[in-house]
Design a protein around this ligand. Sequence first.
Ligand code: FES
Length: 134
Amino acid sequence: MSTPEPPPPASAGVPLCASADLVERGRAVRFSVSQYGRQVPAFALRFDGRVVAYLNRCAHVPVEMDWQPGEFLDADRRYLICSIHGALYEPAHGGCVAGPCVGARLTPVDVREEGEQVCWYPSRHIQPLPDPAS
Ligand code: FES
């Protein structure tokens, strides 16, 4: 009988921006993470009062989705929209609800608001970029 793998150590949050930088259904804050050792773009925005974050990578074709830097919402500010073929994603959970990849999902990034600060939290496969000074 094998011993279960221990859970990954609790990781510290990575400061992302001030809470006030994310206005309701407004422009997203873009940032970069390391996934499997490669730099990958990500974004965070506020929707229905809650901050959500995903890798900036469409589930249809792995390209960045914003139609202007930081602009991810459709004209009605209701769905995340991919600028390439128009896939619509539910902001609350990242599921595609219309377009060429219905049923697929964006990759979430764990993000939390603490006081006036928004932080994201690394996971097993999504880590901070290496410090260029080290
Ligand atoms: S690349 Fe996003 S909908 Fe096709």
